[in-house]
Design a protein around this ligand. Structure first.
Ligand SMILES: NC(=O)c1ccc[n+]([C@@H]2O[C@H](COP(=O)([O-])OP(=O)(O)OC[C@H]3O[C@@H](n4cnc5c(N)ncnc54)[C@H](OP(=O)(O)O)[C@@H]3O)[C@@H](O)[C@H]2O)c1
Length: 283
């Protein structure tokens, strides 16, 4: 394989696709703010070339990387050593080259989400949370939510993927498959959307009695245009809604902490990106 000799950057995001990622903007902002030599680029990797391409970049010029869909599981197997949270999640979104010898895998999605939910005042201990989705992103956040002391119901298109997550995480807290019939006298305090962008939400039937005017709705997706989940929230008159820009910034800040031992300031960049993207959060 052709060696990558590009010395113009030393940190990267690997995924497919990555074209519209805001991570380079966030990381290059952190670099400016901290004065650390941290030049970050997004690299699109062919679906069948993860290990080969990533090894090559690490050999030649980079010290650390973020990993996004669909490679978080492959990054987990690629890592020589794992943080405890990545080990439990079985999913890696951050890689660090240590002593030029081995790769440490971490997962900062959970701390990223919890930090943003706290910033927005969208989460409290003992909250009952409905999570839509059972993909890599949900796998990365479940440990943090359960350890925070919340209970979780999971609703996903493919039951088996949800069942696998319940089995993986049940020893860490109260987590079960969503069954509308068994939830007659309750409502959810918080709904977290971890489905892919632009799903048709009218096809996902969730009885309205499961929400109240106090329910918080958080979309892990974000973008310049309003996401389909946020459109659905508007239709059901949800009052407290946010997209996932804040989570994106917090998970990036915690990757930066792993690489450089310093947690950057995040308020300015969250406000800046929220103005650019569609964000209708409220408390
Ligand atoms: N804000 C942040 O920092 C942040 C961090 C991580 C991820 N995210 C976002 O979270 C989203 C999910 O990421 P991921 O890594 O978990 O992706 P993923 O592993 O591909 O999982 C996708 C999820 O969406 C479901 N899904 C896909 N197509 C569907 C359809 N047509 N109808 C119903 N359900 C469908 C899948 O269900 P099945 O199990 O049935 O396939 C699965 O639950 C992405 O858009 C990503 O950008 C944001």
């Amino acid at each position: 394989m052709r060696k990558c000799k590009n010395k113009n950057f030393n940190y990267a995001l690997f995924g497919n696709p990555v074209n519209h990622s805001l991570s380079p903007e966030i990381h290059n902002f952190f670099a400016k703010q901290t004065g650390i030599l941290h030049i970050y680029k997004a690299i699109n990797i062919p679906l069948d070339r993860f290990s080969c391409v990533v090894s090559n970049f690490f050999e030649n010029n980079i010290n650390g990387a973020n990993i996004t869909a669909p490679f978080k599981k492959e990054a987990y197997f690629f890592s020589n050593q794992l943080s405890e949270r990545a080990q439990i999640a079985q999913s890696v979104n951050t890689l660090k080259k240590v002593n030029n010898k081995y790769f440490l895998g971490d997962n900062t999605d959970g701390i990223g989400l919890i930090s943003d939910l706290k910033r927005l005042k969208f989460i409290k201990k003992n909250f009952s949370i409905l999570i839509l989705g059972a993909g890599g992103a949900v796998q990365g956040i479940l440990l943090s939510i359960l350890l925070f002391g919340c209970s979780v119901d999971i609703l996903n298109r493919t039951d088996l993927n949800a069942v696998n997550l319940v089995n993986q995480f049940k020893k860490y807290g109260n987590i079960k498959i969503f069954q509308a019939n068994s939830l007659r006298n309750k409502y959810f305090d918080l709904v977290i959307n971890g489905l892919s962008r632009n799903i048709e939400y009218q096809n996902i039937f969730i009885p309205s009695h499961l929400f109240s005017s106090k329910t918080f709705f958080y979309d892990m997706n974000y973008g310049l245009e309003k996401t389909s989940f946020l459109n659905w929230c508007e239709k059901i008159n949800a009052k407290h809604v946010s997209d996932g820009i804040g989570m994106l910034v917090f998970q990036a800040a915690h990757s930066f902490l792993l690489w450089h031992g310093m947690l950057p300031e995040i308020d300015y960049i969250i406000n800046f990106l929220s103005k650019k993207s569609f964000n209708i959060s409220s408390n």
